[in-house]
Design a protein around this ligand. Structure first.
Ligand SMILES: NC(=O)C1=CN([C@@H]2O[C@H](COP(=O)(O)OP(=O)(O)OC[C@H]3O[C@@H](n4cnc5c(N)ncnc54)[C@H](O)[C@@H]3O)[C@@H](O)[C@H]2O)C=CC1
Ligand SMILES: O=C(O)CCC(=O)C(=O)O
Length: 429
């Protein structure tokens, strides 16, 4: 699949910045630093397989709609393709391809035996009933039946999906092959072989990276002032766990806007309010409204974009006042903004490290499934923390040794491991 041959319409992400081109730029920078052979770079710049499917769905009112879904399998050099499934209107083949490539480097950086993949359907899930979402998910899974599996490609939740969709995927796959196959997805409910700790895992990993990064700078998470964009699975969990660790959460937001409190938000109370208030942050007692643009510009120690890509751009990065940006989302800082922030001395903890807690616990879920064992949450959290801290330390060490940014350091480790495996397997032509 040659991505450059895709229609030009596909190159336009919401912010008109192509996530796949950006992902390739980071790959090229890492390859240059590592003096990789051009043939290796060529191979790694292309997803191994990109699948686009039509998903006809009968709506509750009897109408038929045909949706578009993708699954991109970037690399399986180190193991089965692994990565989430996104339901969001901005989903395109190029976006999914970029996210699949990030998964390859993320899994390699964390030292887990997976390649990289990602999938998605271009829909706003809030516009569909639960029944419609189930039919959409089952049809999408059926279309991918020959391309996924516990040893082939293992989907997980991402934006707009959760354990519920993973259960539907697992059930559809299992019905098609004729027996239960829990290992075809991770992030599934506990009742069908999910892992304790998976729901909070990405947020927990973010908390660990914030804590470690502050400690490296001789600072403590206790009292650190934190601002978080996105209050979903990742942002919500990160807010809760960072507050538990002693940080003050000054502001949070979702797609509709945010709230701010100089005294710090009470996150458990806010979560209860959000659930009761039809998932609206507005009007939380003691808070002031902020727009997403204002939120990114609030003075704070740590800014955590935990929503979508291309949020901190060339246009708004001058207004960012945080001393540290921790990428809980995938690709929230554009390439141009990354360079500008680094030049100003802002520390950026890159996505492939900062949000890896989710895929690490997905891996632990898969390992528990393969060994027919269920660990308690303490063990899951402990094993995940060990892998996260280890990866963090390796990134810091690489950054110091090579005098490069933390992002380039993370990429050189991830890309370097995949390139080495590619060469050792003899796949280099
Ligand atoms: N769920 C997971 O385990 C993992 C997720 N990620 C990444 O974390 C990010 C968030 O994912 P989840 O929390 O799972 O998704 P989610 O669907 O649970 O939550 C997304 C949140 O972002 C908000 N949002 C959407 N557009 C926004 C905008 N323009 N401005 C501000 N907020 C906006 C939504 O309202 C929601 O609060 C994504 O980039 C995803 O790829 C990364 C690793 C694992
Ligand atoms: O848990 C997983 O397998 C994938 C998580 C994911 O999509 C991500 O890290 O971006």
């Amino acid at each position: 699949m040659v991505l450059s041959s895709l229609p030009s319409l596909e190159t336009a992400s919401p912010a008109h910045i192509c996530p796949f081109d950006q992902a390739c730029s980071y790959l090229e920078a890492a390859a240059k630093e590592l003096h990789l052979n051009q043939g290796v770079i060529e191979i790694l710049s292309h997803p191994r397989k990109a699948i686009t499917v039509s998903i006809p769905v009968k709506l509750d009112n009897g109408e038929v709609q045909v949706l578009v879904g993708h699954r991109v399998q970037h690399s399986d050099i180190l193991g089965p393709y692994k990565g989430g499934t996104r339901y969001h209107p901005s989903v395109t083949l190029r976006e999914v391809s970029a996210l699949a490539m990030l998964m390859t480097w993320k899994c390699a950086l964390l030292g887990i035996p997976y390649g990289g993949g990602k999938g998605g359907i271009a829909i706003d899930p809030t516009h569909y009933s639960v029944g419609e979402l189930e039919r959409i998910t089952r049809r999408y899974t059926s279309e991918l039946i020959k391309d996924i599996g516990p040893e082939v490609d293992i989907p997980a939740p991402d934006v707009g999906t959760s354990a519920r969709e993973m259960a539907w995927m697992m059930d559809t796959y299992s019905m098609n092959v004729g027996h239960a196959v829990p290992g075809v997805v991770t992030g599934k409910p506990l009742s069908i072989g999910g892992s304790r700790g998976r729901e909070m895992a990405t947020g927990r990993g973010v908390m660990i990276i914030v804590r470690e990064a502050l400690a490296t700078q001789g600072k403590s998470v206790k009292g650190a002032q934190v601002v978080i964009q996105g209050f979903g699975n990742v942002g919500g969990a990160a807010a809760l766990l960072l507050q538990e660790a002693g940080a003050k959460i000054l502001a949070v937001s979702d797609a509709h806007g945010g709230i701010f409190s100089p005294a710090g938000l009470d996150i458990p109370a806010l979560k209860a309010y959000y659930a009761q208030n039809r998932r609206s942050l507005a009007g939380f007692p003691g808070s002031l409204p902020v727009t997403n643009a204002q939120l990114l510009a609030l003075p704070c120690d740590v800014l955590i974009p935990a929503a979508l890509e291309n949020q901190i751009t060339e246009e708004n990065c001058d207004r960012v006042q945080a001393e540290m940006v921790v990428e809980a989302a995938n690709g929230p800082v554009t390439l141009a903004a990354d360079l500008a922030l680094e030049a100003r001395g802002v520390t950026i903890l890159p996505d492939i490290l900062a949000n890896a807690g989710g895929v690490v616990v997905s891996y632990l879920e898969w390992v528990q499934g393969l060994s027919y064992l269920f660990w308690d949450e303490e063990r899951v959290n402990r094993e995940m923390e060990q892998l996260m801290v280890n990866a963090y330390q390796k990134v810091v060490q690489q950054s110091k040794q090579r005098q490069i940014t933390l992002r380039l350091a993370a990429y050189t480790i991830g890309v370097g491991r995949v390139a080495q495996a590619l060469t050792d397997r003899g796949l280099y032509p």
